[in-house]
Structure formats: C-alpha cells, structure tokens
Ligand binder design. Structure first.
Ligand code: IPM
Ligand code: MN
Length: 328
C-alpha cells in the first residue's frame, strides 16, 4: 500500500535530518509517495508566505505529514516572534485536530511516554492587550481547558497505559496553584480512571516532576499533562535521556479524520546547519512513529532496532543516517 506523505523539511538543520529520515524509511521497503511543502521561516523571508488554506487543503490530502523543525535563527529581526509558531506549527496542530502530542523517551532503565495535550491550554491564544504602548498597558494570556478536550487526551493516555506492561499513568499539573484548570484536569482524570481499574495512577506537581525526571525518571511509565507543562517537561525529558537530538514526537489525530504529523522535539539549530553535526535520530524516530501509525509496525520496529542505543552512533548527519539505513 502506498502512503502519501507530505514533507515539510523545515529550516536550519531540518532538510538534512529529514533527508536522512526519508532514506531510512525507504530502506525499510515501505512504499511512500512524498510530496514536498516549502514552508517555514526561509520561505517567509523569501516571499512573505506563511501557510494558507490551499496549503492546508493539500496537506489534508496526505496520509501523514513528516515535518522538520521550523523557525528562524534566534533573534532574527526578519521574522517576528510567533509568525512561524502560531502561523504554521500551531495552526497545523489546531486545524488538523492533532490533540495528542506523544513523546516517548528511552535510555538505560528508563522507558516512558509523555502524552501532551496539544490543542488547548496556554497555547489556545486567548488574551490580548489593553492600552498597548502606554504606561497603563495590560497583557493577558489565558489558558483554555475544556472538559471534552481534556477528557479525550486523558482517555488516550489511559488506553496507552493499559496497553503497556507496567500499566501506570501519572497526571502532571499544578493543581495547588492553578485551582481552576487543575481542578478540571484532576476531576476528569479521576472520572476516566474509574473506567480503567487495571491502570495504576499517580499525581505529581509539575515542579516536583522536574526533580523526578532528573533523579528518578525510571519511575514513569506514561505521563499525561497539559500543553505548556508538556512542552517544558519534554525538553527536560529529552535532556535527561541522551539529549533532545534523540527525541521524537507524534502529533496525533487519534480519530483519523485527517493526517497526523510527526516531527522532532527540538528546534532548527541554525548555528550548526550545513555542518553535518546535526544528529538525525530525532527525525528518524519520528519517521518510525509515522510508519507505526500508518499501519507499518514491522517497518517501524526495524527502524527502532536499527537505531538501537543512539548514543553509540557517531559521524556526520549523513553518516549516521547511512549507518541506520544499512542496519535496517
Ligand atoms: C515543540 C516546540 C513548539 C511548541 C514551538 C516551536 C511552537 O517547542 O514542539 O515542543 O512550543 O510546542
Ligand atoms: Mn518545545
């Protein structure tokens, strides 16, 4: 079966690591028909284009989207903050209803997955300015948490935990301070937990969870958390499990009303772009998650096995890609 894959190679190191990932995908023999989308900071600087309805319609035609990191060099004056993040990355997550951001982490003795809510919270964009530019200026930035949005994410996390050997799920939040959003999350979590009596549960405040990730990450099996906590925790989780260069993610529309999107957790690292120093493992692993979701679990497993311990791979971006492809 041919899988139509929309590829957004991205900015900075994106094109190098995505090319390596696509070579690895092809080495599995999986039948992919790639369609390239020239989107990102480079494109914006070139002609002012961000992402329009035609791009979205064409992306919707795909079975999956493989995306490299997007964004300008840090501090770039040519791209106002949020242009790419809100204009492309979040627009895709929201428009395609990619409500679960799944981020697995493994290293010696550690094997856990973060289920990050991906369409709400502080990313929802609620807020604004009053009296902007005056000395009375006010900026508000709310966090949107809907019962249905939280519930579908929490339910996904319970189902995932139930399918794993340890059957353990931890809710991470800050219910002691965020007493409205936290209360909704906790009540929803408890209500769904009643449907999954075989899944053991725990609760950690997000600050405590940062300590546990550094000191005792092996305690975790599945973590479910809100959008912003999940963003921050998964950078930390990457850093303590070998580096964000190894961290992959799946932005899933579990109801499959459209394509899901697969991307590295890290950014576009313009400082090393073109030097061959970027590690392609995050993109390779994201591609493996894509194949798994496309119903190619064998191809995905072969990639995971070929990557093995990613800390043992060395060489340039292309060399590491070739080593993985050869082992596939
Ligand atoms: C991530 C990234 C994005 C996020 C940015 C680039 C919008 O940091 O995927 O974790 O904050 O979600
Ligand atoms: Mn992030």
């Amino acid at each position: 079966m041919t899988h139509k894959v929309g590829v957004i190679a991205g900015d900075g190191i994106g094109p190098e690591i995505v090319a390596a990932a696509l070579d690895v995908v092809r080495a599995t023999g999986a039948d992919v028909d790639v369609r390239d989308f020239d989107l990102g900071a480079d494109r914006f600087v070139r002609d002012g284009h961000v992402l329009d309805d035609d791009d979205l319609a064409a992306l919707r035609e795909c079975d999956a989207i493989l995306k490299g990191p997007l964004g300008p060099p840090i501090g770039s004056a040519a791209v106002p903050p949020g242009t790419i993040e809100r204009g492309i990355i979040l627009r895709l997550r929201f428009a395609l209803d990619l409500y679960v951001n799944l981020r697995p982490f493994t290293s010696a003795g550690v094997d856990f997955v973060v289920v990050r809510e991906n369409t709400e919270g502080s990313y929802g964009g609620e807020g604004g300015f009053l009296y902007k530019g005056t000395d009375r200026e006010v900026a508000t930035q709310g966090s949107v948490n809907t019962r249905s949005g939280v519930e579908r994410c929490v339910r996904f996390a319970f189902e995932l935990a139930q399918s794993r050997p340890r059957r353990h799920l931890t809710l991470v939040h800050k219910t002691n301070v965020l007493t409205f959003a936290g209360d909704l999350w906790q009540r929803t979590f408890d209500a769904v937990a009643a449907e999954f009596p075989d899944v053991a549960t725990a609760y950690n405040h997000v600050d405590a969870s940062c300590i546990y990730l550094v000191e005792d990450a092996a305690r975790y099996d599945v973590i479910v958390t809100d959008n912003l906590f999940g963003d921050i925790l998964t950078d930390l989780a990457g850093a303590v499990t070998g580096g964000v260069g190894f961290a992959a993610s799946a932005n899933l529309n579990p109801s499959r009303t459209g394509p899901s999107l697969f991307e590295p957790v890290h950014g576009s690292a313009h400082d090393i772009a073109g030097s061959g120093r970027a590690n392609p493992v995050s993109a390779v692993r994201s591609a493996a998650m894509m194949l798994e979701f496309l119903g190619e679990p064998e191809a995905a497993a072969r990639i995971t096995k070929a990557v093995g311990d990613p800390g043992s791979l060395s060489g340039t971006t292309a060399e590491i890609g070739t080593q993985i492809s050869e082992r596939v």
